[in-house]
Write a protein that binds this ligand. Structure first.
Ligand SMILES: N[C@@H](CCC(=O)N[C@@H](CS)C(=O)NCC(=O)O)C(=O)O
Length: 221
């Protein structure tokens, strides 16, 4: 059976992407949660199941095959599950979905640094830097473009839940955590993500965690 190693569900945005991909594949998998950055972490990350990724999660084992990195995991599981669960079929939609997923994977550093994923809090609105605001504006523009051109009346970016939604799901939770102001169409999309059964399963499990990683907690809370 597949084995997916992930970090704390409260904090680990890349793990959420890998886990959503495993769920979306429909394939059975064993889930192993490791507690990131605690006193045992340096030892834990050197163990044989995490050594290939140098301790990065998500890490996916498929027998002797191992891969890490959320986007690589999505593509591997897409292949393994028959190619029908992750990407839109039509080329213009496929092109935008792939470009959006890649842009998310490689970019938005100001947003990612200023607004780490933390499912424990909804913080009062606070001013965003110009760089973070630019990331937010770009994401909202891409969501609107995908849904307008290719949403086809479905609830997600390209109609059905897929790889692009998986990549942006932790952005949705960040917008909630940091009370980022969004227009109504974005809020509708965010609500669909938050209500997706995979997301409610993850957030319920996150709420049951007791780990606290001080450096990932907002100041003054
Ligand atoms: N590019 C990777 C990023 C993975 C990553 O940085 N994961 C973080 C947790 S969210 C991690 O493994 N941190 C542990 C460490 O760096 O020691 C992906 O797409 O999966």
């Amino acid at each position: 059976m597949l084995k997916l190693i992930i970090g704390n569900k409260t904090y680990s945005s890349w793990s959420l992407r890998g886990w959503l991909a495993a769920k979306q594949s429909g394939l059975p998998f064993e889930e192993v949660v490791v507690s990131l950055y605690d006193e045992a972490w340096e030892t834990r990350k050197a163990q044989s199941d995490l050594a290939p990724s140098t301790g990065k999660v998500p890490t996916l084992w498929d027998g002797e095959a191992v891969l890490w990195d959320s986007l690589a995991i999505i593509d591997y599981l897409d292949t393994l599950s028959g190619g029908a669960h992750f990407w839109p079929k039509e080329r213009p939609a496929l092109a935008l979905a792939r470009a959006m997923a890649a842009e998310m994977h490689a970019g938005y550093m100001p947003l990612r640094q200023a607004c780490g994923m933390n499912l424990r809090h909804v913080l009062p609105p606070a001013p965003l830097s110009a760089e973070v605001s630019a990331d937010v504006a770009r994401i909202l523009q891409l969501w609107r473009e995908a849904r307008t051109r290719f949403g086809g009346g479905g609830a997600f970016l390209f109609g059905d839940f897929g790889a692009a939604d998986i990549m942006f799901a932790p952005v949705v939770t960040r917008f909630v955590t940091y009370s980022v102001a969004v227009p109504a169409d974005a809020r509708t999309y965010m609500d669909a993500i938050l209500a997706h059964p995979f997301m409610t399963e993850w957030t319920t499990a996150a709420k049951a965690e007791s780990w606290v990683i001080p450096r990932l907690e907002p100041a003054g809370v």
